[in-house]
Design a protein around this ligand. Sequence first.
Ligand SMILES: Cc1cc2nc3c(=O)[nH]c(=O)nc-3n(C[C@H](O)[C@H](O)[C@H](O)COP(=O)(O)OP(=O)(O)OC[C@H]3O[C@@H](n4cnc5c(N)ncnc54)[C@H](O)[C@@H]3O)c2cc1C
Length: 438
Amino acid sequence: MTHIDRTPNYDRSNGWLELLPPLAPPSVLTGEIGADHVVIGGGYSGLAVARRLAELDRSASIVLIEGDRIGNNAAGRSSGFAIDHAHNLRAKGFADAVRAAKAAIELNRAGLDWLGETIEANRIDCQWVQEGKFHAAATKRGERMLDSFAASLDAIDEDYTRLGTGECADTFGTTYYSKAIHAPHSYLVQPAAMVRGLADTMPANVSVFEDSMVTDVDFGPPHTIRTTRGTVRTPSLVLANNGWVEGFGFLHRHLIPLITWGSITRELTEAESDSVGGAASYGVIAAHPAGTSVRRVTTPNNRIVVRNIFSFSRRSDFVTHKNWASRTHRKAFERRWPGLADVPFEHTWGGALSLSRNGEPVFGKMRPGVHGTVVHNGVGIARGTIGGKLLAEMILGGDSDLLSQMLAKGRPNAKLPFQDLGVRINARARRIIAGREE
Ligand SMILES: Cc1cc2nc3c(=O)[nH]c(=O)nc-3n(C[C@H](O)[C@H](O)[C@H](O)COP(=O)(O)OP(=O)(O)OC[C@H]3O[C@@H](n4cnc5c(N)ncnc54)[C@H](O)[C@@H]3O)c2cc1C
């Protein structure tokens, strides 16, 4: 029996979730049941695996187990940029880099397409809109990074438009940014509303249990999974529980536990909104990856959302960094909108990202009757979704080019000695270099 000694312990500070209508009481797993498949984790990955298993095998019984409320997890805490491509080409040789970037975009877009179809078919009210994403610079270094980003987009034949200083001011309602690039294919979404909607509209052969933390697993198959109040037996277990997969005995010393942080203002008054101007809704990613991303949202109700900094924590509650995060967000917010200095944040929250040293995901078979999809970095909406969908197809014996692409990816490599310390130093150094991009 494996005892799960590391479990998530989020507080209730996630603005996206707290601003939704109160949740109905959860369905908690009690007693002893059996299922054809059990999926652990109600984030983008787990929701996608469960839905796809159910779609493909209508006669199978599927149990989705979530330790918290769905929406109070990293998935519901994200900034809601459903993005199709990352910043720059990464692989070493140019041809390899172009090939890898195109393949990653194909996978991400397949995830976003399926997500969009699911949202539309189930009429999920989560403000899923193809607004694209802006990458904006506030420094000369940032401008150079934008140029390099534009060169990457040219190399992979992706379209974009450039914005000068005046257009940035008109769009963002601040003179903080000097240049920007708009890439049109991404979506913006209210993340907590989306994952709640996905959970609430599962096919009939999926049972969703929340507030049902998995505490012990007796690996088989068949596997026996114990939660705080119940037990489920299954021949097929899927781990879709982000960095907590380590607590289940996998990937020890392979994952880098990072927390990133968001804050949301109170609703802007009409006068405050008019004084700022700019578009009613947009999402901006800083030119420097360690910079601040911001969103102006019409729902919930004309607010501004700020995300920046990465803290490092193996503790499952990680609330100790919250005051620091809130202060850093305040500074970033007031730099951009000094006229809104009196507008307080209503919520500040952190959420877990798990990274691997080489950036590769966990995908596929982990031991007999156990599959996993974990490590989606900062692009969890697209990658978590497509990873989950393809994993379900793999479990049911499917075959496709996209699945082969996923299987061809590398696996996370082991961390170097003292790597955790190195990550902290690196995060600090990147913040210093990012300067006013933060
Ligand atoms: C502030 C912030 C901003 C972000 N912004 C973006 C963004 O704009 N776009 C984007 O694409 N990504 C973004 N991300 C990243 C994204 O949120 C993650 O990549 C994504 O949530 C990973 O999805 P997942 O389903 O794999 O994991 P999670 O969303 O973490 O879901 C895993 C689930 O497993 C559950 N679990 C773990 N252990 C157990 C257990 N023992 N028993 C039962 N349940 C368990 C957890 O409670 C959790 O609900 C952001 C993250 C944060 C924190």
